[in-house]
Structures are given as structure tokens and as C-alpha cells.
Write a protein that binds this ligand. Sequence first.
Ligand code: PML
Length: 263
Amino acid sequence: MDYYSLKMRASQQVGEGEQKREQHISGAERIVNRDSVEAVCAAMVRRAMTHSKGDPDFINVKIEKIHESDIQILKALPVTRVDVETWQEGLEKAFGFINKTVSDGLLREARNDEYGVLIKDFAQKLPELLRETFPMRGAMLYDIATCERLEPDHERGVRATYMDALHSSEVDSCKNHFNEAIVLATKVANAPGMVAEFCVSDDPNYVTGYVASKELGYVRIMKMKEMGDENGGRIFLFDSRKASAEECIEYLQKKKILVDVGA
Ligand code: PML
């Protein structure tokens, strides 16, 4: 069977004269079978036209045929939920999960105690790395072995694309944060050299975030920021001793993935 990749991007022009720039309003992507292309496309346009951020000046819809043989099917990461009283507690818990995963990852490949200092430095640096992602459009790709950022363009970051849930014939014009995030996190966790992902939503009305990896699974942390705060971002934590950055980026941006999220 042939599939189609559908991608929608909507933006608005803001500012005057030389300050004029395009501001992102809404985006979505799906991989669906031939019969669903038209309906899903219409739903995407509806999503762009009814977004709370305002009326779009541009809507770009890209439709691309994909051969079934080019698609890899992955089982969704198992999900656990962490309830917290405050967003500060949630953020601390998330940092804790990530620090432990990064430290285990570094030590697993180490011959002696060469990574002890790096582990401590990383833990201190993590809140600042998160802040650096706030103005970025995509995710930060951070190498835990060299402490370097590996995105070819730091402002733009790296994006994971070409993914959807398996058998998702559903035509839904509303964003479902969790459904989209479990698909993305599963793809990211399976990328070559990937150690873990850290995500805080940039939607001011959505305070749930997650940390994820093949070992951790998908850990939903129910409060990770204050309601109304539009600062969010993603960090992909990568280990250059296991794969090259090019290989990892190629997988994130080009490999077609369907995620089996179960019934
Ligand atoms: C969830 O598990 O509810 C999703 C959390 C992160 C969502 C990221 C986003 O879509 O803004």
C-alpha cells in the first residue's frame, strides 16, 4: 500500500517595514493512506484557520507519496505519569531523570573515571541549556560526550519529521499534545546515538512536559511550568561515541516512521 506524508505550516506577517517578519501560527504532520489524504488535508487547513494565535497570512500544505517499503514501524515507548504539586517540583524531577540517564550513558562507555567531572558539569548546566532552547524553532542537539551543541543552525535547531501513529485514520483538526508527543518521542528515542529527550511545551496553556528514552520510556510530568508561560523547548541528548551527528540528524529529518501506539 502507498502512503502519503502531509505537512501543514501556517504563519502570519507581523511588524512593519524592515521589522516585517513571518510568525509561526500552527503546524501539523501526518502519514496516511491514499483514501484519507483529502479529509486529513481539509482538517489541517481547518486547524490553521481556527488557531487561537490568529488568522494566518500563509498556509503551506505539502503532500508527498511514500512507499510502504521506506516506512519503519516502531512500538510506542511505554508511558508513566508523574503527578506533582508544583511546576518547580516537576522540573526538578525531570532534571533528576535526565541527569541519571546521562550519567548512566556516559559511564556505560567509560574505561575509568574520566567522565566524573563531565557528569557534575552537565547537571549544573542543564537548566541553562533548557533556557537556551526557548527562542529556538526546533530542538537543541547536545553531545553529552563533548559538551557541544551539534545543530547546524543554532537558531533553527533540529526537527524530527515524517512520523505518525500507525493506523491513525482519524481526521482531527484539533491538536492533541500527548498523541503527537508520544509519536515524536518514540521516533527520537530510536535515533542513532540518542540518549534521552527533554521537553517542555511552548504552548502557554499547556503545562505538562516529558522526559523520554529507550530505558526510561515516556515519562509524563504533569506540571513543568507556570500556566501562561510561553517558554518551552526540546533538548535531544546525544552521544557522539555511539553514532555521528549526521547519521542522527538524517534519521530525525528523513526516516519515515509509523508508531504502533496500541489500541
Ligand atoms: C503530554 O504528554 O501531555 C505532552 C507533553 C509535551 C507536549 C509538547 C507540545 O506539544 O507542546
